[in-house]
Write a protein that binds this ligand. Structure first.
Ligand SMILES: Nc1ncnc2c1ncn2[C@@H]1O[C@H](COP(=O)(O)OP(=O)(O)O)[C@@H](O)[C@H]1O
Ligand SMILES: N[C@@H](CCOP(=O)(O)O)C(=O)O
Length: 389
């Protein structure tokens, strides 16, 4: 559980009053690792129910949280998000939407109050859920294109290269090599031409809520918009795929990491039902999956670093296991290396075995075969480069 700041009931009551809500009780929220969150019970709630969530943003400055409120209001109605309540201005003068404030301050930190969304976090995902979260992410990418210039609405990207340089000093050689190989391969992608825009960048299953009725699972909430930044859409896709399409084994399951490629196919189908991916995005995806895993490996090491340097300890502090992300990065990297080392040969099946072409992906080979009038007389065979020499 992560509640970094302790507040008194009087403080909760005063904060809630700023949003026109009458406070009864605050219940600390057990999930989340960045901010302090409480469910808020009001005088209108019965039987221990609660209708709001109060968040005290521990890291992001209030100006970033104001931007986040604009983003959530843009998405409201298109996707199931919890848009922040506006602050009741004391002079009771009607304010335009543009002048509304959504944030109050406690010391130098921002506080928001949002409606509590129904549903629960999935412990496991299904192919149908992966399809739906893919469609939701594409809708998010498309909808936020209305906010221009995008840089004005997103927060700056975190300086992950600095975290990498600090953490790599303490890593065993093979781990540092994995990280730098993936990083180098990422920088070799056509980064200047890949489409970009406002991205969520933390769409993990535990940042989503679902009605989990068996066979009828549907998305009821998208949470945690504190990281929204301008990034390549394919990076946001990779981040979301990495969590939704992986079964994470806890310590008792040997911390296994099982990535499900059929879930990824379902995700991509859902995504492309709302926004078509370009060929360059599809080509970049395998390396982006590895880079996204590296970023969250670093993020988790960074949380541990700050907990240590700022003396944050105790039962209220939750940490997520960086090793799981390291294993996922290694899995994706092995896949990239294998495909870099593999070619697909299209050749005739008749006695002369005529070679039509050598391709770096199965899709390219299939496309070439489809163009042949007598395509059934040609086969595609996979070879590693050392088999060909
Ligand atoms: N609007 C909401 N409705 C229901 N639950 C919420 C809402 N906002 C936050 N939560 C709960 O609080 C948890 C932590 O919120 P989150 O924004 O992910 O915090 P953090 O930024 O600390 O990671 C979520 O996983 C969810 O369980
Ligand atoms: N989703 C990230 C870290 C951010 O955690 P959150 O609980 O604050 O969304 C991870 O799994 O490492």
């Amino acid at each position: 559980m992560s509640v970094y700041t302790q507040l008194t009931n009087d403080q909760f009551a005063t904060f809630c009053q700023s949003f026109g809500v009458s406070f009864v009780r605050a219940i600390p929220i057990t999930q989340g690792i960045k901010n302090s969150n409480w469910f808020i019970q009001t005088t209108d709630d019965v039987d221990g129910a609660y209708s709001y969530v109060l968040t005290l943003f521990e890291e992001r400055p209030p100006a970033d949280i104001e931007k986040m409120a604009v983003i959530l209001n843009q998405l409201d109605g298109k996707l199931p998000v919890a848009a922040p309540l506006s602050v009741i201005e004391s002079n009771s003068v009607q304010t335009d939407d543009d002048d509304k404030r959504y944030v109050i301050h406690y010391e130098d930190k921002a506080i928001t109050l949002v409606p509590c969304l129904a549903g629960s976090h999935p412990e496991q995902t299904t192919q149908a859920m992966c399809h739906d979260i893919g469609a939701a992410l594409a809708m998010l990418h498309e909808t936020l294109q209305a906010l221009q210039p995008a840089e004005q609405y997103g927060v700056p990207l975190y300086p992950w290269a600095d975290v990498r340089d600090r953490e790599m000093q303490f890593m065993p050689g093979d781990e540092a090599k994995l990280m730098s190989d993936i990083w180098r391969s990422y920088t070799e992608l056509p980064l200047t031409t890949l489409p970009n825009g406002l991205c969520h960048l933390d769409m993990f299953a535990d940042n989503t809520l679902w009605n989990l009725q068996k066979g009828e699972e549907h998305l009821t909430g998208l949470l945690d918009f504190t990281e929204v930044s301008v990034e390549h859409y394919v990076m946001d896709i990779a981040i979301t795929i990495n969590d939704f399409c992986t079964t994470w084994g806890m310590a008792e399951q040997g911390e296994s990491v099982n990535f499900d490629r059929s879930k990824m196919a379902a995700f991509l189908q859902g995504y492309e039902s709302k926004r078509a991916l370009g060929l360059d995005e599809k080509r970049a995806l395998p390396v982006m999956l590895a880079k996204a895993a590296v970023i969250f490996w670093l993020l988790r090491l960074n949380v541990i670093h700050y907990n240590r340097t700022e003396g944050r300890t105790g039962d209220n502090i939750m940490v997520k296991n960086p090793d799981l992300m390291k294993r996922l990065a290694a899995y994706h990297w092995a896949h990239v290396e294998k495909s870099q080392n593999t070619v697909f040969v299209l050749s005739g099946t008749t006695s002369d075995n005529q070679i039509i072409g050598v391709f770096s992906s199965i899709t390219q080979a299939e496309q070439a075969r489809e163009k042949l009038s007598n395509s059934s007389e040609f086969a595609i065979k996979e070879y590693t480069l050392d088999q060909l020499s």
